[in-house]
Design a protein around this ligand. Sequence first.
Ligand code: 1CP
Length: 348
Amino acid sequence: MNSDNKKALMSVLANEKPHRRPLWFMRQAGRYLEEYRNLRKTAGSFLDLCYNPDFAAEVTIQPLRRFDLDAAILFSDILVVPQAMGSELGFVQNEGPKLSVTRSMADVEKLELSRVNEFLDPVFNTIKTVKPELDSHVAFIGFCGAPWTVATYMIEGGTSQDRFLSKKAAFSGETWFDVLIDKLIIASIDYLEAQVRAGVEVIQIFDSWASDLPDLQREKYCYKPIAKIVAGLRERGVQVPIIGFAKGLGAGQLDFVKAIDMQGIGVESSLPVNWIRENLIDKVAVQGNLDPVLLDIGGPGLKENVRHIVSNIPMDRHIFNLGHGVRQTTEVDHIHIMVDTVREFDGS
Ligand code: 1CP
């Protein structure tokens, strides 16, 4: 490790040559780590962990003690934003998030924008606690959920198999749905601006359910809301690089890149690396896209797939990552194998 390593991620996002391929992975802090599970028990609930700046800072740093990574990602959740607007939020063991439902104009009108950053002050304190603890080589990533993805949780009241009610509201052009999206755009700009002021150096916007939207709806509910968040941040003088992760768009990733001025995009595991090289890397830095199942099961397929990715995407346009978050059952040894294989290939 050396003090130039942080430059790797920033260089790739600035379209400059890095001295090594930057590497981090989504959900790198979490339940696959024993030290996370222990601290989670001490904290009580998942939200107690998120809102205690000392605990959340510790969890943010935990994976960096084990692995030679180039970035830390703030430990929090995309659903703290609706909670900050007044939705009730809880996480039920083995069931995931539960939110009070938002399904009408009256529900949307109740959501308050004025209290968002005050409510989320502990998150900014987490950022301030983490920052001086990070080695000089590690970049610090902040994040929020994209309006479509966050709205699906608010409308369904939690995780849903098919997000039918959300699609119904969007596809039939409900006015309350458009107002909800607009409120989420404003809340996201306020929240991300404050994260940057507190110390994050890169932003990632997670649109995990972007693939729910057919071609004609993508423009309105995926690209435009994210573009407005990016534009809103730039208007307020926020300069940090932005990575958009609109999972599952396939060939639509090209439209996503053309629609929004982002420095990086995260791509799902099903996107062929040859297609990525031929279509995307001349336009934007690409982050991804190892299948988290390959990382979970290990074996020869792990190294083979890591090598397939790194040998096809040049390191000056690539941030090595997964196509989605690390699975809870993943063995720590497999992560060492992934990291070592990337480093060996690049000779770094
Ligand atoms: O029980 C536990 O300990 C909670 C598990 C957990 C964790 C570790 C949840 C609940 N959220 C998180 C942290 C988290 N979530 C981070 C932290 C930083 C990191 O290490 O990456 C981030 C960036 C998120 C983002 C997030 N939360 C997304 C977008 C990314 C993705 O995974 O698609 C989504 C959709 C959520 C909602 C969420 N939070 C947690 C659960 C179980 C869910 C639902 C997921 C689903 O519906 O499938």
